[in-house]
Design a protein around this ligand. Sequence first.
Ligand code: SF4
Ligand code: SF4
Length: 325
Amino acid sequence: MTGLFRTNGSDENRGKQSCRTLTELYTKHFKTLTSFCTQLTMTTQRETHRVPITSLEMNVAYGCNLQCEYCTHLGRFMKGIVSLDDLLLWYRSWNRKIRPQTIRIMGGEPLLHPHLESVLYETRSHWQDSRIEVMSNGLLLPKIKTSVFTAVKETESHMTLSRHYDDPYYNPILEAGIDVLRQHDIEPRIAKSHQSWMKCYRIDERGHARPYQSDPTKAWKICYVKHICTTLIDNCLYRCPQLGCSAYAVKNGFVHFDDWKVVLGYQPLMPDCTQEELEAFMKEGVCEQCSICPEEFQHANQYEKINPFGLPVIRNLFCGAPNHE
Ligand code: SF4
Ligand code: SF4
């Protein structure tokens, strides 16, 4: 600002020059100012029409490097990633409609997405005020390219690592992942999933996932994700990952159709929904498909939780431990 008023000569001249400078400045920046105000008004209007939601979950990679039993996202049964083209289409469909407090970039294992850095930049550019959280099991962090860590920091995202087990094979690998994050000045939050895991489907003797056949009202009563884990899959909003992921798994043949076809009766919210439909969706209560969930809270016990590495060969592949089996 000092340059604006730097003049020579009398007070009168100085005054005239200041006025001229201000007029020029005003004229020069008028269009920019007007455009800024219009943008601000549009943004404010848009914000007031965006429906606030607690969190939006994005399964950017459906599969996982681990095989945890009772994974609510059916990660051990799934394959595939969300392409960047699809991701952009979905984001453009929804970013004017919803205002998530938190967006969780997850899976499966999100670090399996080959363009995770682009996922993060796109997420931030579509939802500038949301908290972005990458939910990972953390075991692949030592193999991840630097650009991902840069993107985490540049998009002001957060890393949450879920601890899935506690044993001499597993712990050093998780610690190595935490070290890698710290080397990049990222302090992760550690979620103790291994202490609070709840069964959300059954596993039969052949290792297939089978839904419960519960009283939906009882299942809804103990549901711990109601209204807080809205899930975006195939450009549709699902009320929870259980319904979204199981519908995706049935459609893609990852689980038995006859066992899970009940979930196809659930109507997710389509991108052409009205604001009223969206608001009603966020308040929905129990639905028939809640029958897939248990009616009683049951922790997975140590045996049922099994080592998330699953088969011994997979365990060795990731931890490089000698085969003690
Ligand atoms: S780490 Fe386990 S719980 Fe997490 S997505 Fe993979 S299989 Fe599921
Ligand atoms: S299906 Fe119903 S009970 Fe099960 S997680 Fe979703 S909302 Fe909760």
